[in-house]
Write a protein that binds this ligand. Structure first.
Ligand code: BG6
Length: 520
């Protein structure tokens, strides 16, 4: 939708006309083929999400889901897996009657995903189901819930069998990581583009499906009072924290290859920076928003080795205590080398070289096994130019806007007021908005939104290839720098599980006369 000028009075008639008709909310008919249908991602996220959409006022009802994967399972055996997954990962939402109905839409085909011969059955099944949908337009969605290494091979087979471009409304959903660096991301993409057009490709970064992440755009551009102050004239610095208390959770093999920079910085943190720093889009259409995202990513200042020496801190967790439980160090995790130098913590002071943000430091940090789980954007404004109130020693906190993305979804504005009484003391107070308290509901899980958008054909919240490449351009030098450092085995671990990370990260802030919002 292109942007409209707001010139209408807000009266009840206008609001009524804005009610979204139920049919518009509903997804169209679809067949979803889940590659790796019995795998971890399918069980934890996809199948429970699809059930949730089905249960929630039947937002989907005209559909088939085909689990496609290695385990040799009958339809019924697969349905038991789906049933158990929904029960385990959506327990509050589980309803025996509804699940039986949902399961009647579920099929399974067992296959060696790298053997084209095994795809004949899939072609037959798709053709059979197409007949059930008769003339209705339906979406054919391929969900790649498999390890990234085999995605290209699967796509080649789909292409050979003419199951991609030639099929009406076919779409492919890919999970991160999109390559392991810029070169491999381009190669992977070239391969995908042989089979699909960019408009058919849905690259999931589940952070973009979080209501509170999308709310960054709403907050900035649905209000007129914040945007004029959202720039280098008023903002002192911004902190972005993606802190996790969990470890690597049985994903040792993956994590040893990825490390924190590929796992979180290259995607989730980059998306948060882009939404906080982008210019207003000229409308709320996918490419208009994605244009702004890529523009800001391209202005991230690339860091060289000399700069990184003093402005990047990486680390790895050792044993410690998280939320009252003793936990092992990274090197003791399953499938992790005892000499691993893979980082589980990253912090940096970075800059965006454009007109709006020149000279404003963005401090970003993320890590596993930190003191608590929180994703937060902290915007600190400059101090007022003169101290008119109180004595010199009276504290006067600068204004700050704190957007808590999770777990307590919140927006807080910090300001100074007069403390009651006969003295002239300034005092810091908060204005607070909390999602759950205000709306009485938690925001919806990220996958729910993203899967609905894909079925409906809305690409807004999916990463575009040029953005993926811009993100790699920024993080590739970081990985290269880290890999080329003369590491000593004894350098790691350098922070205890359950703390706020390596001491050097606090130094990074102290040097600038600042401090992290949370630290030990
Ligand atoms: C994933 C990472 O993309 O995001 C995980 O691979 C991480 O390592 C997860 O734990 C965090 O997601 P969320 O939604 O819990 O913040």
């Amino acid at each position: 939708m292109a942007a409209e000028l707001i010139d209408r009075p807000v009266n009840s008639k206008y609001l009524e006309s804005c009610d979204i008709p139920f049919e518009e909310k509903k997804a169209g008919s679809f067949i979803m083929v889940i590659f790796g249908g019995a795998g971890d991602l399918s069980r934890r996220k996809l199948l429970p999400t699809l059930y949730h959409l089905f249960k929630d006022k039947r937002l989907i009802d005209d559909f088939y889901i085909i689990g496609f994967g290695k385990p040799d399972l009958s339809d019924n055996e697969y349905r038991v897996i789906v049933n158990d997954a929904v029960k385990e990962f959506l327990n509050d939402d589980y309803d025996k009657k509804i699940i039986d109905d949902f399961l009647s839409h579920i099929l399974y085909l067992s296959a060696d995903l790298l053997n084209p011969e095994d795809y004949r059955l899939l072609c037959g099944k798709i053709n059979e189901l197409k007949k059930i949908f008769k003339n209705k337009d339906f979406n054919l969605i391929y969900y790649m819930a498999v390890q990234p290494g085999i995605v290209s091979d699967i796509i080649n087979i789909l292409d050979e069998l003419k199951l991609c471009k030639d099929i009406l409304r076919s779409k492919i959903i890919l999970e991160k990581p999109f390559g392991i660096d810029k070169v491999s991301a381009i190669k992977l993409n070239d391969n995908i583009l042989n089979a699909f057009d960019e408009k058919q490709i849905y690259r999931i970064d589940h952070y973009l499906g979080k209501d509170t992440v999308l709310n960054i755009l709403f907050f900035r551009f649905a209000n007129s009072i914040f945007e004029p102050l959202w720039n280098r004239r008023y903002i002192d610095h911004i902190q972005i924290t993606v802190s996790e208390d969990i470890g690597i959770e049985h994903r040792g093999k993956f994590y040893e290859q990825a490390g924190v920079v590929r796992d979180i910085v290259q995607n989730h943190i980059m998306q948060l920076i882009a939404l906080v720093a982008c210019e207003p889009p000229v409308g709320f259409e996918a490419d208009l928003i994605r244009d702004e995202i890529v523009k800001v990513l391209r202005t991230l200042r690339i860091m060289d080795a000399e700069y990184m020496k003093n402005n990047v801190v990486m680390g790895q967790y050792g044993r410690g205590n998280v939320n009252g439980n003793e936990v092992c160090g990274y090197r003791e995790e399953k499938d992790v080398s005892q000499k691993s130098i893979v980082p589980t913590y990253f912090a940096a002071r970075i800059f965006i070289d454009n007109w709006r943000w020149a000279q404003v430091p963005f401090y970003i940090r993320t890590g596993k096994r930190l003191a608590k789980r929180i994703t937060e954007i902290y915007v600190q404004y400059k101090q007022p130019p003169l101290k008119l109130f109180g004595r010199l020693c009276d504290p006067m906190e600068p204004n700050a806007l704190i957007i808590t993305v999770q777990p307590d979804e919140n927006i807080l504005l910090r300001m100074s007021v007069k403390y009651p009484g006969i003295y002239n003391h300034p005092y810091t107070v908060n204005m607070d908005f909390n999602y759950e308290k205000s709306f009485g509901i938690k925001s919806i899980p990220a996958y729910t939104r993203l899967i609905m958008d894909c079925i409906k054909g809305d690409l807004t919240l999916f990463a575009r290839q040029d953005a993926v490449e811009a993100m790699w351009s920024f993080v590739d030098p970081i990985n290269k720098w880290w890999e080329n450092l003369p590491h000593k085995i004894s350098d790691s671990p350098n922070y205890d599980a359950g703390t706020w990370g390596p001491a050097d990260a606090s130094e990074l802030m102290l040097r600038d006369g600042r401090k992290w919002r949370f630290e030990d």
